[in-house]
Design a protein around this ligand. Structure first.
Ligand code: FAE
Length: 532
């Protein structure tokens, strides 16, 4: 069966299950999902998991995907699947009473957040003592909530962070494959130069240029042709209707439109939603046994049960996979696991900041939620910064320019298991973000000087100009070649694999999902050839 046909079959299965309110999605008869043994389990449905499930399914391996969030493919009473950033409702966040938007304030007022009813919403913010991690919840993981920037890392930097990976092969085979599968595309330059939606990016480019910095266009998985038609008023708006961190109703090629339906369409992959893996142990015969808890959309427990499998792939994200393995090691369930689990965690050097523009420099009332340009100062040996030019999609003119700077911060944190709360705690201090702030400040001081502008001090809840207390890009915790072998096989476990952002040691120098996807493609190919 062709890839397109498999994908269509999978999309239909996702749609039918959602319409019937069924949490188990399969293109096989339902009975297949009710077995308590499956040859392979994939935990999570983000980038690493989606790749792995597709390739296992294609290879004929009967596979169960377990995702703690819900499927996002049916419209609510208002006719939309997701709520917008301007009017977030219960769908916006994972079991919260109030939203927690990254821009905590505007003119020091909490204008962006709303009281909401607790629900299995799409965006989560996982709080640790001095760092919080934003992450997606639902079928597609982070692809549901992210800015879609699909960036292949600089080869010289990739070689530095993962020296044991054959870069030649990655750049010839796996990065192109990842981009093709994800549906990466580029903005039409002539449209970019005259559209309203990227006025904010053009202004930041001009101001960066005045300070001697260059900018680079950044590909995206949002369909730029759809965006062009949004601006022309031909199709319903999404990127141009302040939709991004709480999900996009149109235009975005998230994983539930690409890899995941293709995986389901193989007929060998079953997906179970609203199902959280709580713990993992190993039976004497060698099978892994997962304790899983099912919940409903309001958070009520629907009971726990067990599933056994021979091959176990963890794709629960940097925080999720690391926690599962730490818990297994520290509770004695999998005592042989490597000491390196929990180590080498980083925030990809993330720091957010805003600048105040002059009244004659409007940024635009309509701003595309999908960034397409970055200030590229990565070659600077002292202050390497790649700053995504981010929108402020407030629907009104704010005269604010916003940036998510990715910096080369050598600081690393570590996760430790806390028995009292049965959870992983992140050992990371706010002071560890100082190298990122210093680098970003060096670049943006120069931009401010060249343009006679200043930082915004009203955006992050207090009067700080640089927000480094959260990250969009959690990386590490089960690092390739340390906690695992060079292909993601967990050391001290047999047939146990990590397949997500936790493999990357804290930094990629660019937005990370293309790297995560390509690495997962590479690893699963080897594992299928050697371990099955
Ligand atoms: P991830 O996508 O986080 O998926 C993990 C999945 O596992 C989630 O669906 C979880 O719900 C699920 N899960 C966790 N624990 C369990 C459990 N115990 N049982 C069952 N399921 C579980 O993992 N990156 C870019 O490259 N470009 C961007 O423009 C960009 N923008 C971003 C904007 C925002 C607001 C955020 C939050 C992130 C952004 N990122 C961006 C980061 C990117 O989405 C992230 O690196 C990837 O999603 C990580 O992929 P993983 O496969 O590691």
């Amino acid at each position: 069966m062709s890839f397109t046909r498999r994908r269509m079959l999978g999309l239909a299965a996702l749609q039918t299950a959602a319409a019937l309110g069924i949490g188990t999605v399969s293109t096989r008869p339902a009975k297949a999902a009710e077995r308590s043994y499956v040859p392979a389990v994939v935990v999570g449905s983000g980038y690493g998991s989606a790749v792995t499930a597709l390739r296992l399914g294609e290879a004929g391996v009967s596979t169960l995907m377990l995702e703690m969030g819900r499927s996002w493919n049916t419209a609510a009473d208002d006719g939309t699947i997701f709520s917008s950033m301007l009017t977030p409702d219960h769908r916006s966040m994972w079991f919260r009473n109030r939203t927690e938007a990254p821009l905590a304030s505007f003119l020091w007022l909490d204008l962006a957040n709303r009281d909401i009813k607790p629900f299995a919403g799409v965006l989560d913010k996982v709080h640790f003592d001095e760092m919080s991690v934003y992450t997606g919840r639902g079928v597609g993981g982070g692809s549901l909530v992210n800015g879609g920037m699909a960036v292949t890392p600089r080869r010289d930097y990739f070689e530095q962070i993962l020296p044991q990976v054959d870069a030649e092969q990655m750049y010839a085979r796996y990065f192109p494959r990842a981009n093709r599968m994800l549906g990466t595309n580029s903005v039409d330059r002539s449209w970019f130069e005259q559209c309203e939606s990227y006025r904010y990016a053009r202004l930041s480019r001009q101001q960066a240029g005045a300070a001697g910095f260059r900018t680079a266009f950044v590909p995206n998985v949002y369909d730029f042709d759809y965006m062009r038609r949004e601006e022309a008023g031909e199709v319903p708006k999404s990127a141009l209707a302040s939709e991004v961190i709480y999900g996009n109703n149109h235009g975005k090629r998230s994983l539930d439109k690409s890899y995941i339906p293709a995986a389901l369409g193989t007929g060998n992959v079953t997906l179970q939603t609203l199902t959280q893996v709580r713990s993992v142990r190993r039976e004497p015969g060698g099978n892994y046994v997962l304790t899983i808890e099912r919940i409903d959309e309001l958070g009520e427990s629907r009971g726990t049960s067990e599933i056994a499998c021979k091959h176990l792939f963890l794709g629960a994200g940097s925080v999720g996979s690391t926690e599962l393995l730490l818990r297994a090691r520290e509770t004695g369930a999998l005592p042989e696991l490597s000491d390196a689990i929990g180590e080498q965690w980083g925030n990809n050097g993330n720091v957010m900041l805003g600048r105040a523009n002059h009244p004659w420099n409007a940024t635009g009332m309509v701003q595309s939620g999908m960034p397409s340009l970055g200030i590229d100062n990565w070659d600077d040996p002292v202050n390497p910064v790649f700053a995504e030019i981010a929108p402020v999609p407030a629907g009104v003119e704010t005269f604010a320019s916003l940036y998510l700077a990715i910096t080369r911060n050598p600081e690393r944190g570590r996760f430790v298991y806390d028995a009292a709360s049965d959870s992983a705690k992140l050992r990371w201090t706010e002071s560890q973000t100082q190298p990122s702030i210093d680098a970003a400040k060096a670049v943006f001081d120069r931009i401010n000087r060249a343009n006679g502008t200043a930082y915004r001090h009203d955006l992050f809840g207090d009067d700080r100009a640089f927000e480094s207390r959260f990250t969009y890009h959690p990386l590490g915790g089960c690092v390739l070649g340390h906690a695992t072998d060079d292909y993601g096989r967990v050391r001290g476990g047999t047939n146990l694999y990590v397949t997500d952002g936790s493999l990357i040691p804290g930094s990629t120098g660019v937005n990370p999902f293309v790297t995560i996807t390509a690495l997962a493609e590479r690893n699963v190919e080897r594992v299928l050839a050697e371990d099955f």
